[in-house]
Design a binder for this molecule. Structure first.
Ligand code: C2E
Ligand code: CA
Ligand code: CA
Ligand code: CA
Length: 280
């Protein structure tokens, strides 16, 4: 058994070394990617379910790698968070979103709103730059409510005083707040209200399994009803079928996001989509 253990250990060890090497390479590539400005934002519409109109979108980061093509955030955000490269990336996301907002508000809809994803690491690092966001919005001639910060449940309930303070001061500046992936963690609606959140996003995993008269439907119904009682608007993520859309509409869900409406699109295509939906 011992020998087995040794073999196993040696194998595991080698594997770990390979893993470490891969990590180092990815880390180096992220740094180079930042230097060479290989990142961009794609935009996915958030649709008003009753009217079918689009006045909001979520900005989702993409790595446009010269050889590997488009790399999804799932592949680099975790390491970017560990290494704190999420801070420069997060600053890029914010300033790029402001550029797009100015175009959209000028050419299409003066009230257009963009959601950006903000990592807990950006709240715990003092030099992440998030404290300057209200001033940057003002300098760009945009009201604070043009941006919605999407944060996860863990951040909302963190006992860390500094994070709480920084989150509160963004909210007080007038930026809006959405709780991402609701239902996958532990937060209660009371926390959301205490934080003065504006939106609750129902995670895709609930929407995936929603059918007439099943448990997920009952759960979504309960979440939506309670959210409304707490004064929150509800956005359902990952809507892929008209059946899902209609079930959620019947439950009074306010907004929907998903491939049924559109995949995340690069800025020019997203603008074209908005122009088309305006004339149709
Ligand atoms: P998320 O915030 O929950 O974003 C929703 C994800 O679901 C996006 O994946 C989106 O493309 C995908 N999605 C939307 N509708 C559908 C659908 O109908 N079907 C399916 N199968 N998927 C759908 P994406 O863009 O790959 O992003 C993955 C995660 O990476 C995000 O999850 C978010 O946690 C993180 N992320 C993305 N952009 C950023 C960013 O700028 N900063 C940070 N910190 N995290 C980001
Ligand atoms: Ca999100
Ligand atoms: Ca999600
Ligand atoms: Ca608010």
């Amino acid at each position: 058994a011992k020998q087995n253990g040794r073999n196993c250990f040696a194998f595991f060890n080698l594997n770990l070394r390979e893993q470490a090497q891969a990590r180092m390479n990815l880390l180096k590539n992220i740094r180079r990617g930042i230097e060479k400005q290989q990142f961009d934002l794609y935009y996915q519409p958030i649709v008003d379910l009753d009217s079918g109109t689009i006045h909001k979108a979520e900005a989702l980061i993409r790595w446009l790698h010269p050889r590997q093509g488009i790399i999804s955030p799932a592949q680099f955000i975790p390491l970017a968070e560990e290494s704190r490269y999420i801070n420069p990336l997060g600053q890029f996301v914010f300033t790029r979103a402001l550029q797009t907002l100015n175009i959209l508000r000028e050419k299409i809809d003066p009230n257009f709103q963009l959601s950006i994803n903000v990592s807990p690491v950006q709240f715990s690092c003092l030099d992440s730059g998030i404290d300057q966001w209200p001033a940057l919005l003002e300098a760009a001639n945009l009201p604070p409510s043009a941006i919605v910060a999407e944060i996860t449940e863990g951040l909302m309930i963190t006992p860390e005083h500094l994070t709480q303070q920084r989150l509160k001061s963004l909210v007080r500046s007038g930026m809006e707040l959405a709780l991402d992936d609701f239902g996958t963690g532990y937060s209660s609606l009371a926390y959301l209200q205490q934080m003065d959140a504006d939106y609750l996003k129902i995670d895709k995993c609930f929407v995936d399994n929603i059918h007439a008269n099943n448990q997920e439907l009952a759960l979504c119904k309960a979440i939506i009803t309670m959210a409304h009682q707490f004064g929150l608007k509800v956005i359902a993520e990952g809507i892929e079928t008209t059946e899902q859309r209609h079930l959620l509409m019947e439950l009074g869900c306010d907004y929907g996001q998903g491939y049924l409406f559109s995949k995340p699109l690069p800025e020019p295509e997203f603008i074209a989509l908005l122009n088309n939906s305006k004339t149709n």
